[in-house]
Write a protein that binds this ligand. Structure first.
Ligand code: B1M
Length: 221
């Protein structure tokens, strides 16, 4: 793998956001995820490659260490901070500059769930593919999804969940919205989900990554 991408993955794993981040002390004075991502973009590496081969592997590694009890919540938060710093440089490269929107996507991480990074990547990719995205953030109640749908009735909805516990919340949210508005398309994603789960809860489709989601929507519009 490209050396820059390896270094980016390392910074994400270690939570080194930028040159000025004092954490971790061993990397003091070194470039962080922000500078290295900019350097990667400037050297012609695609935003997609940086995401898939730099940012995501770093995040997966800290996740694995967390599972084994070798990393803790503050480490996850530092990694999330580093990932957000790097993603700022990717945003313009996912941006198509299209003003003619394909449609509106109401997007959010379901109630009880604070994981925002995957949802943010979905927003960047879909915006880049010409969608107007109403990003409701994290911990989004079904009432907020419904209110936003009432104000934007032709929209589709995208829900993200990263916890097995909040998959239940997602099921309730999908049920409630489908009762109120059966024709509204609701798509779901997030690491613990499957197509089988999506079918079971009556959603219109599961996508493991934003690109397959964007491709599916593009085929429909
Ligand atoms: Co938490 N966390 N976390 N966490 N966290 C996981 C998810 C976990 C797998 C870690 C582990 O144990 N290995 C585990 C879940 C276990 C489970 O339920 N099966 C876990 C846990 C347990 C927890 C807490 C309960 C820990 C605790 O408090 N004891 C707690 C819960 C808090 C809450 O939400 N109520 C918690 C907290 C946190 C932080 C807040 C510290 C932080 C999030 C910070 C933030 O988002 N600002 C955090 C982090 C960073 C992680 C890991 C390490 C990374 C998640 C991430 O950002 N991945 C994660 C382990 C892991 O995933 N390896 C973990 C990168 C992101 C780009 O990928 O989100 O999968 P992902 O999104 C992908 C796809 O899934 C897809 O596209 C994205 C890009 O490819 N996708 C969609 C996502 N949504 C989509 C929607 C779509 C389509 C595609 O259509 C609508």
């Amino acid at each position: 793998m490209n050396n820059l991408l390896t270094q980016i993955a390392f910074c994400i794993e270690k939570g080194k956001a930028d040159l000025n981040s004092p954490y971790p002390p061993v990397l003091k004075g070194e470039n962080g995820a922000s500078e290295l991502t900019k350097e990667a973009i400037d050297s012609g590496i695609s935003a997609d490659q940086i995401l898939k081969q730099g940012l995501m592997p770093g995040m997966n590694r800290i996740g694995e260490r967390f599972s084994k009890g070798e990393a803790f919540i503050p480490d996850l938060l530092m990694s999330a901070r580093a990932m957000n710093a790097a993603m700022e440089h990717l945003q313009p490269h996912f941006d198509s500059g299209d003003i003619q929107h394909r449609g509106t996507l109401i997007l959010g991480t379901v109630a009880g769930d604070l994981h925002e990074i995957g949802k943010n990547v979905v927003r960047m990719v879909l915006e880049g593919d010409g969608w107007k995205v109403l990003d409701l953030g994290v911990d989004v109640t079904v009432e907020r999804f419904s209110e936003t749908l009432r104000d934007n009735p032709d929209s589709i909805i995208g829900m993200s969940a990263l916890l097995t516990t909040t998959m239940g919340t997602m099921e309730q949210s999908v049920n409630q919205i489908k009762q109120q508005s059966p024709q509204t398309q609701i798509y779901v994603g997030g690491a613990p989900l499957t197509q089988e789960f999506s079918d079971k809860i009556g959603a219109d489709g599961f996508f493991p990554d934003p690109h397959s989601f964007a491709k599916h929507l593009a085929a429909q519009t």
